[in-house]
Ligand binder design. Sequence first.
Ligand SMILES: NC(=O)c1ccc[n+]([C@@H]2O[C@H](COP(=O)([O-])OP(=O)(O)OC[C@H]3O[C@@H](n4cnc5c(N)ncnc54)[C@H](OP(=O)(O)O)[C@@H]3O)[C@@H](O)[C@H]2O)c1
Length: 353
Amino acid sequence: MPLWAARAAIADQEILMNPKPHIAIVGATGAVGVAMIQTLEKRKFPTGQLTLLASARSAGKEMTFRGRPLTVRELVRGSFEGVDIALFSAGASVSRQFAPLAVQAGGVVVDNSSAFRMDDAVPLVVPEINAEDIARHQGIIANPNCTTAITLMALYPLHRAFGVKRIFASSYQAVSGTGARAIEELQRQVQQIVAGQPVTREVYPHQIAFNVLPQVDVFLPGGYTKEEAKMENEGRKIMHHPSFRASVTCVRVPVYRAHSIAVSAEFEKPVTVEAARAVLRRAPGLDVVDNPAQQEYPLPLHATDKYNCQVGRLRQDCALDNGLCFWVAGDQLLKGAALNAVQIAEELLRIGG
Ligand SMILES: NC(=O)c1ccc[n+]([C@@H]2O[C@H](COP(=O)([O-])OP(=O)(O)OC[C@H]3O[C@@H](n4cnc5c(N)ncnc54)[C@H](OP(=O)(O)O)[C@@H]3O)[C@@H](O)[C@H]2O)c1
């Protein structure tokens, strides 16, 4: 058990969560951080105090919470004094360095980065799937990879009903999944192309405007990318399903917001479209949008800014036994990040820390 976990375990026995917690957002100026501020406000999370933290570049910047200005402060070692819940979204190296300090200061960390997701001492949680794992936290709770979280919102209810063996999937991932600079890159490149100017690149290795990139994150020795491997690794942990297999191709597309995933899933039990639809209609956090005759199916534009993910294009898979194809879309800044983190914080309050 790491030192921070041992300290948190002791603290857990003595301290119940403040019902009006002091919240800190680390990475408050980023794409996820901004969505976190909005989500706390929209869901009327009982925030006693909000501290906004970012790098020295943003220190002094003003942001708004509940109609009042709040000044962003530089993240430093002492930033977590009195903080009950720290929502981290500033990348894995910042989380590795500062999350243990937040825990040592007596807070609970909900981390959006990949830093602790596969650590045995850290629950990896989608509240609609494994909220009960939160109770065994030792100071840090991890938010899953956004593509994995959105896929599992549809896959997990089907797994409960029919027992998933494996999936083959391709993702269509929005540029906001890379962060604020990637949103600017797509805007800039579209303007450059329309104006007949040369295209400049800063974030992606190739032009993203009017293109698709079959690479999200870095390549691993077997040829999959890190992002692609997360579906199987994180899916196994979240669903408590150690034999789950996932072969995924992750693709970056010139969409501003919301990821979509095309999934072919093979199940233990026979599955019909009607039975699957009935299961998905009852699933929390999910809307079935599936009326092909009227050209109605999930679209990233329609999933944007929505708490619920959307599933459609349900059909029997013609190449798998007990197979079902579906298409799921979700706002990765919300269900894939900010909303999921705030839902975890809500659950922490409900169970008293
Ligand atoms: N975007 C998504 O859809 C998504 C989904 C799930 C998880 N995540 C994860 O969430 C994290 C943030 O993603 P993002 O898309 O919001 O990125 P982003 O738009 O690039 O924002 C990064 C944030 O981190 C801050 N930051 C960077 N270096 C820092 C440092 N050394 N000290 C303190 N703050 C620092 C930045 O502050 P400055 O403004 O001062 O630079 C900014 O607030 C990443 O770990 C990412 O993998 C993102």
